[in-house]
Design a protein around this ligand. Structure first.
Ligand code: V47
Length: 223
């Protein structure tokens, strides 16, 4: 069985809509809920984990152990960092890193022992790849965005790097499919609270578009 890991209630709700899931097909577990679907003769369990690294890791470890998963696909949204790209662009990163685990004033920005390289060679190359950077804090402030850009992060989220890391510990393949829902904006010359609310609203508006694009155009290639 392959696991499809989804973080937020907005991402999971779009998933329920996309697959027309009925109430009786939904089951609870300690980190959220799950449903099962067979696509192209492959059994998939779709589950919500909740946000941030602790929920992403807890939910995935639970599902790997409960269903003996052979692969985990992390599907969801992310912040755009590399400004060559646009909102709703979809990525399958070949590298997942965590950048909030070092004393960055005196240590490398990225925690070297947590880097996960992802071998995508069997899936072709007709998709965007790059580096996903994960931390427990959303990328909202302009100074955080500039720091990620300087460190050659392509996209950023708050779960995937940690999930990829624990998949490796379990010897389970991990594929990350993420679409850009929002770009941080420069809040320095405006009201930072208003700018934050705008970014959250953009995130909420784009989330179903990203999830539909992932399920409609990408998922089948990676199962
Ligand atoms: N900018 C982002 N940075 C990091 N991860 C992002 C971003 N956008 C999307 N994600 C992904 O979606 C989920 C939720 C998004 C989220 O928390 C968020 C989004 C926009 C603004 C704010 C805010 O507080 O102002 C919070 C996360 O779990 C993560 O996996």
């Amino acid at each position: 069985m392959i696991g499809i890991s989804i973080a937020t209630k907005w991402e999971y709700s779009a998933t329920l809509d996309y697959f027309s899931i009925e109430d009786y097909e939904r089951f609870g577990y300690p980190y959220g809920e799950y449903f099962i679907r067979t696509i192209d003769n492959t059994k998939l369990v779709f589950y919500s984990t909740g946000v941030r690294k602790v929920n992403g890791v807890g939910g995935n470890q639970y599902m790997i152990s409960k269903f003996n998963l052979t692969k985990v696909i992390v599907a969801g949204t992310c912040a755009g960092i590399d400004d060559k790209f646009r909102s709703l662009d979809i990525f399958v990163p070949d590298k997942a890193v965590q950048y909030d685990c070092t004393v960055k004033e005196i240590e490398p920005f990225i925690k070297q022992s947590f880097i996960v390289n992802i071998d995508l060679s069997k899936y072709g190359n007709d998709f965007y790849n790059g580096t996903i950077g994960t931390s427990d804090k959303a990328v909202v402030m302009w100074k955080d965005y500039l720091e990620l850009k300087k460190n050659e992060i392509t996209i950023a989220d708050t779960e995937a790097g940690a999930i990829a890391y624990i998949c490796k510990k379990n010897d389970v393949e991990c594929i990350i499919i993420k679409g850009i829902s929002d770009f941080p904006t420069d809040e320095r010359s405006s009201d930072k609270y208003e700018s934050n609310i705008k970014q959250i609203n953009v995130y909420i508006e784009n989330t179903p578009k990203v999830m539909y694009k992932i399920f409609g155009e990408y998922l089948k290639r990676f199962i």
